[in-house]
Design a protein around this ligand. Sequence first.
Ligand SMILES: Cc1cc2nc3c(=O)[nH]c(=O)nc-3n(C[C@H](O)[C@H](O)[C@H](O)COP(=O)(O)OP(=O)(O)OC[C@H]3O[C@@H](n4cnc5c(N)ncnc54)[C@H](O)[C@@H]3O)c2cc1C
Length: 401
Amino acid sequence: MQNVDLIVLGAGIVGAATARELKKQFPSLNICLLEKEPAAALHQTGRNSGVIHAGVYYPPGSLKAKFCQQGLVDTINFCQCNSINYEQCGKLIVATSELEQQRLQDLHERCLQNDLSPQLLSQKQLQEMSPNIVGKEAVFIKQTGIVDYQQVTHALLDEFVALGGKVRYGFCFNEVEQSNGKVCLFSDVDKVSAKYVVNCTGVMSDRVAKSFDMTLDFRIIPFKGEYFVLPSKYNNLIDQLIYPVPDPSLPFLGVHLTKMIDGRVSVGPNAVLAGAREGYGKYDVNIFDLFETFGFAGFWQMIKQHKRSVWDELTQSLFKTKYLTSVQKYCPQIQLSELLPYRSGIRAQAVDNNGTLIHDFKFLASDTSLHVCNAPSPAATSALPIAREIVNNVKLNLTSL
Ligand SMILES: Cc1cc2nc3c(=O)[nH]c(=O)nc-3n(C[C@H](O)[C@H](O)[C@H](O)COP(=O)(O)OP(=O)(O)OC[C@H]3O[C@@H](n4cnc5c(N)ncnc54)[C@H](O)[C@@H]3O)c2cc1C
């Protein structure tokens, strides 16, 4: 059995950033990062859109607004210091109907409240800026960028290890024993004990928190985001990221066109219930995961509240033509045969007992553990400020170690 001062569980970008920040602030502590997979960033962090968000959508004063804004600056600084390729290409949010134009005005206002400098574009100005995109009006946010978050995570871990931290892959946590201020984490074959644990397990975070006897008033519902990629002839289709105007009641941003840092353009993601928390194939099902979701009353409340969107997203997933329609609204030249298969990702979205999608980041803490309970988008952008917030939260406990 290994004995350490502190365990960080989960090597996605949040766990990696947290481990590094802890080691920076507490260099003398023995810190171990435990990850069940053979490598880091294989789940949400390695399967996202790769956008460095600027913080357009989030209510001023929310953790998302605060951390996303700071996260953009921190991510870019980190990339510059570590020679990681990134690009601040900007983002266009395009309104294609009158309702969307009204919502666009609200988004423009929100950008101003969040200290961004949005540019409201007329139809003509939009045409000039992005000739392949059509819409009635648009907002341009110049700060938004793109990066490969897997690469960022690997660089964070390199720094953690260089500072003396340890990373153990292949450790799948499945049980905890807590006594006399000590926490012992068990996998099937091994155990590691510590005085403090930070849970950064993404889509598994509610299960891990529950095993620590934390009282939960939410569950993680896994929402799959399916993508397509465009053929290489479209690599220069857009110079900015192209987003539709999102439904303000949902935390998902709609099917967008994303310039990726490798030069290709992806289309997506949608948002459908995943049949398995870590099942990325279209029809992957894990009976235990489904049972858990269907047994949660909040899930059915959520379905009731968002019937229309659930139906739209489901049919969009089943029928590629419907998916195409949502893209053709603002980029008519893309054809069905040009939507090529690409990976999917699964969002860890917390939903409370009343069926409300929890929009903001959420943390729960006890004397011996801290649990990151809701860290969906833009948590990749916000990972560095989230890590500082976690360390500030656990500082009191840590100084007594
Ligand atoms: C489709 C999609 C698009 C997105 N687009 C963007 C975007 O453009 N920009 C942005 O900022 N954010 C985006 N996000 C959100 C962002 O990717 C996530 O918020 C972020 O990656 C969360 O990181 P994490 O470390 O919390 O989780 P993860 O990356 O999921 O990492 C959790 C880790 O915990 C490990 N783990 C789980 N259970 C155990 C266990 N029992 N024992 C040991 N280890 C365990 C997992 O193997 C995994 O490595 C997107 C997400 C998705 C799914």
